[in-house]
Design a protein around this ligand. Structure first.
Ligand code: F6P
Length: 327
């Protein structure tokens, strides 16, 4: 599909919702209309594309949403879209509804879907990084990450009050799937004593390291932020402490889905707005199969395949900052 032939842009959100997705939908819609494209909103992610849950979007559809969490387009994790038959149905719906290019807002699973779809059909796909996990390569931040970091920090501030009063150890479990950005940075922001993150779980026994140096005479309470993990989340570490260090009073707090809700921060609204405008600019330039990211405060284009498959490491400097400041 030549850029000059693109008349209609479809937009969908997919995977876990993230605060700022609505700001991104608004930006893509308004920027597209500004440049003379028509816009179609696709409901319930790829599932809705397969089922033809598609509506014409005007600027009014995206009024009064920049400040809201969740996604007005709804979202889903589609198993059907992972199959060639599902992708064929999705393509047929695009043809039926006259959609020439697709903007996908989501995390790595959603952008993997976009990459595979673009390889099967001649459809320009542009991804926007929309996930609280911040685990996409090539962008400093993903839409929703900053808001969630702030939400976690506010929750931990509250937990600290009771931890201090009762002189307890609290293990606070946060989201992030396989990435420790939320845990590491919320630990720094909330002044926690340690973070246990998936990137380092195999390297050493992080609990022993922390217990040996973390609980000092001057500190009777402490907070450890733990990345979610089916095998070794906060409960796992709390149970170990109860067994191995019975002198401590231990509690667990699992923050769960409250981390994904709420009004997006100013940072996420601005990021989503810039990336949304960037997506339309990229489509007009004839770019395809890329993710729009932010690096050094500039909008950048990242090949979808790199965004989803390259590792985004946690910098050693962040580990050092937390280690040094939690003595
Ligand atoms: O990818 C976003 C995320 O919130 C992860 O941090 C978490 O592991 C997962 O989604 C939870 O997914 P669900 O809401 O489907 O349980």
């Amino acid at each position: 599909m030549q850029p000059s032939k693109i008349k209609c842009i479809g937009i969908l959100t997919s995977g876990g919702d993230a605060p700022g997705m609505n700001a991104a939908i608004r930006a893509v819609t308004r920027s597209a209309i500004c440049h003379g494209f028509s816009v179609k909103g696709i409901y319930r992610g790829y599932e809705g594309l397969i089922n033809g849950e598609i509506k014409d979007f005007t600027t009014e559809n995206v009024s009064n949403i920049i400040q809201t969490g969740g996604t007005i387009l709804r979202t889903a994790r589609s198993k059907a879209f992972e199959t060639p038959e599902g992708k064929q149905q999705a393509y047929d719906q695009m043809v039926k509804h006259g959609i020439d290019a697709l903007v996908v807002i989501g995390g790595d699973g959603s952008l993997t879907g976009a990459r595979d779809f673009a390889e099967m059909f001649d459809v320009p796909c542009v991804g926007l990084p929309g996930t609280i996990d911040n685990d996409l390569y090539g962008t400093y931040s993903t839409i929703g990450y900053d808001t969630t970091l702030n939400t976690i920090t506010q929750c931990v501030d509250k937990i600290r009050d009771t931890a201090h009063s009762h002189e307890r150890i609290f293990f606070v479990e946060v989201m992030g799937r396989d990435a420790g950005f939320l845990a590491q940075n919320s630990a720094i922001a909330a002044g926690a004593e340690a973070a246990i993150i998936p990137e380092y779980i195999t390297n050493s026994d992080q609990l022993v390291k922390f217990m040996e140096r973390g609980i000092r005479k001057s500190k009777k309470s402490c907070i450890v932020i733990v990345s979610e993990s089916p095998k070794c989340g906060a409960m796992h570490y709390a149970n170990r402490v109860k067994k191995e260090y019975p002198q401590f009073d231990v509690r667990v707090s699992i923050l769960g889905h409250l981390q994904r809700g709420g009004s997006p921060s100013a940072y996420d609204r601005i990021l989503a707005s810039r990336l949304g405008v960037g997506a339309i600019e990229a489509i007009m330039q004839g770019q395809r199969n890329i993710m729009i990211g932010i690096r050094n405060d500039e909008v950048v284009y990242v090949p979808l395949s790199a965004a989803i498959s390259r590792e985004k490491p946690i910098s050693q400097e962040l580990i050092t900052v937390l280690d040094e400041l939690s003595i």
